[in-house]
Design a binder for this molecule. Structure first.
Ligand SMILES: [Zn+2]
Length: 260
């Protein structure tokens, strides 16, 4: 599933290509029925909160969640023939943006949007993000920290790859009860989440290992522990299991279980 960096980057890229222009808006597949309402209106703002994307048109706001399979494709106008299950097509004079497979693509009323935003936790990529509510909730829950990091009501935008990487970098076992996290560890976690997600927005992919001067890290070099078999630090086995309904990866030597 795309994590928050993808959605924030999409908001930036859509804004760069389409902002202020009257767009041709359609739903070639027909499933986004409100598309016709937006035809010919101007896009005035784009925004991302966690994994939710908002496109503010003059007359309405469109809420998009990519889910597991959603994807945007960008091409130069006039773009390819509208084939397959295209939920949304946005066309300016210069560009075509096609959306396929999202979990959600709907016009959202202001009160519904406010309700949605109120349910979301702190987004590490938001300029004015306040991590305090996340810390308060973490102190009160015995759920594993690895599951809590996926909970969008606590942190908005973190996903499966970032949670594994962050816990490895901090030496924290994913099954540790969240309330055992020390305040200094929470602070380090928040700082790291902000740095890594911002790097993800910039590089348009998840990269957590140090950059190498003069070349782009290869895909298999980009991550510390996610989807790896061997630990880069101790050369022990990276264990994979299911936590919070998704696969987690950890080195139990470098991320030991602590005695309570
Ligand atoms: Zn290790």
């Amino acid at each position: 599933m795309p994590e928050g960096h993808t959605i924030h980057r999409l908001a930036q890229d859509l804004s760069r290509d389409l902002l202020g222009q009257s767009l041709s808006v359609s739903s070639p597949q027909g499933r986004f029925e409100d598309a016709s309402r937006l035809q010919g209106t101007r896009l005035i703002k784009t925004g991302a909160v966690g994994k939710h994307l908002f496109l503010h048109f003059e007359t309405a706001v469109v809420h998009i969640h990519l889910g597991l399979f959603g994807r945007f494709r960008r091409s130069k106008a006039p773009g390819p023939e509208a084939r397959g299950a295209l939920r949304l097509r946005l066309v300016s004079d210069a560009y075509v943006w096609d959306l396929s497979g999202p979990t959600c693509c709907e016009v959202i009323a202001e009160d519904a949007r406010n309700e949605l935003l109120a349910r979301l936790g702190a987004d590490p990529l938001a300029d004015a993000a306040n991590p305090k509510p996340a810390w308060e909730r973490i102190q009160k829950t015995a759920r594993p920290i690895g599951a809590v990091l996926l909970d969008q009501r606590i942190f908005a935008g973190l996903g499966n790859v970032y949670r594994a990487e962050i816990l490895f970098m901090l030496g924290i076992h994913p099954e540790m009860p969240a309330k055992n996290l020390a305040k200094r560890e929470f602070n380090a976690l928040w700082k790291l989440a902000r740095e890594l997600l911002a790097r993800g927005v910039k590089e348009k992919r998840i990269v957590t290992r140090p950059a190498v001067k003069g070349r782009r890290l290869r895909r298999e070099e980009a991550l510390h522990v996610y989807a790896r078999r061997t630990c880069e630090k101790c050369e022990g086995t990276v264990r994979r299991w299911t936590l919070g309904a998704r696969a987690i990866y950890a080195c139990e030597t470098c991320q030991p279980q602590r005695q309570a």
